[in-house]
Design a protein. Structure first.
Length: 360
């Protein structure tokens, strides 16, 4: 899902931003297996966040937020919402390999415009997008948004109809060998084409460039890292020389720590910063090498103008205050983990039995 979404973002970077009449926002939420804390925290903040102590324009010290650019998003202005879910699972059925399902709940809203754009985007790739036989939304981040504003036209795009088909879902066996890389690239192209249709003026419809779609080499490179390991060419391109020790990747959300991001999150942040940057300058090894004002060093190039921001995936039931976390809403999901200390072993040499007898 991550590879398909970032692949769509990379495809759309080649379109002049002036073409779009609507703002496109990509979101990657973590901690969703733990009561959807990532999406819930974001939805809560875009409904009306007030910073009482703001040392700088993009930072709030109370209530603590790593970055406050989310305040430019208003939930009342969200025009449509598309979520990807389990779209790359390998299948032995050729027909199923070209089949996608979209899920929505008609009791909330019917996303007719999204469905029309989606089906049109899938046709050139010989992919069939069909309505799920279940008229409900599967467990997904979109539920956090619909709970706050149910009329948002929303759907979930997946490779399953009424039950999951990935037998290794959320297990250590759900790795690169379980992913159809071509399918992921196809879905990435479909998503990019759908977004293009939805974000351009319907009265003066912009025309897609011939052959527009995701870069399959790029989406495969992403999969090698996130479904495989960080011992992959793309990770090396961003951070390390071939002889350096590469950290292990993990899909565990981890324990929230103020001002801390995981290597997975940092890697995605830098990739998307590189994609959305307005300008690329000279080569660099660190940000201090960059000459342009406000430039940062990403993938050994100085860049300016990226539009990628962090948002804390902390349960809305908690608030960071005076160096500790305070429960402000016990109805929200609250998870904790033991503070693990290093384990150790103490060895004792076995004495001679005859000596023991003599001592006794």
């Amino acid at each position: 899902d991550v590879a398909a979404l970032v692949g769509a973002m990379e495809a759309l970077r080649h379109i002049d931003r002036k073409t779009f009449t609507k703002q496109i926002v990509f979101g990657l939420f973590t901690g969703e297996s733990w009561g959807f804390i990532g999406s819930k925290a974001f939805v809560k903040d875009i409904q009306g966040f007030e910073c009482t102590t703001q040392p700088s324009p993009d930072y709030c010290s109370f209530p603590y937020r790593t970055d406050t650019n989310f305040t430019y998003v208003d939930i009342k202005n969200i025009d449509s919402f598309i979520q990807l879910d389990q779209i790359g699972t390998v299948t032995s059925d050729n027909a199923e390999a070209k089949q996608l399902y979209f899920h929505f709940d008609p009791d909330y809203s019917t996303p007719d415009q999204i469905i029309t754009a989606l089906k049109s985007a899938a046709l050139p790739l010989d992919v069939m997008a069909s309505k799920s036989s279940v008229s409900q939304i599967p467990p997904s981040s979109v539920m956090s948004f619909m709970k706050a504003r149910k009329e948002i036209p929303s759907l979930v795009l997946s490779n399953y109809d009424k039950s999951y088909v990935n037998q290794y879902y959320h297990s250590s066996f759900d790795d690169l060998s379980n992913v159809d890389t071509q399918r992921v690239c196809d879905v990435s192209s479909i998503l990019a084409r759908t977004i293009f249709s939805l974000a351009t003026d319907s009265d003066q419809k912009a025309i897609l460039p011939e052959g527009f779609g995701a870069n399959c080499t790029f989406t495969t490179a992403l999969l090698q890292c996130f479904a495989g390991s960080f011992d992959c060419p793309l990770f090396t391109e961003y951070y390390y020389e071939p002889d350096d020790v590469v950290p292990e990747t993990t899909n565990y959300a981890g324990v929230y720590r103020k001002s801390h991001v995981s290597i997975n999150t940092k890697f995605l942040f830098d990739i998307m910063s590189n994609i959305t940057a307005r300008h690329h300058y000279e080569a660099c090894n660190k940000t201090s090498d960059c000459l342009a004002a406000g430039a940062t060093c990403v993938a050994h190039r100085c860049i300016t103008g990226p539009t990628v921001y962090y948002h804390d995936a902390l349960s809305p039931g908690l608030m960071y205050q005076n160096g500790r976390y305070v429960v402000v809403d016990s109805s929200e999901p609250l998870w904790t983990e033991a503070s693990w200390h290093s384990t150790y072993t103490q060895l004792f040499e076995m004495s001679n039995p005859s000596k023991d007898v003599a001592i006794l």
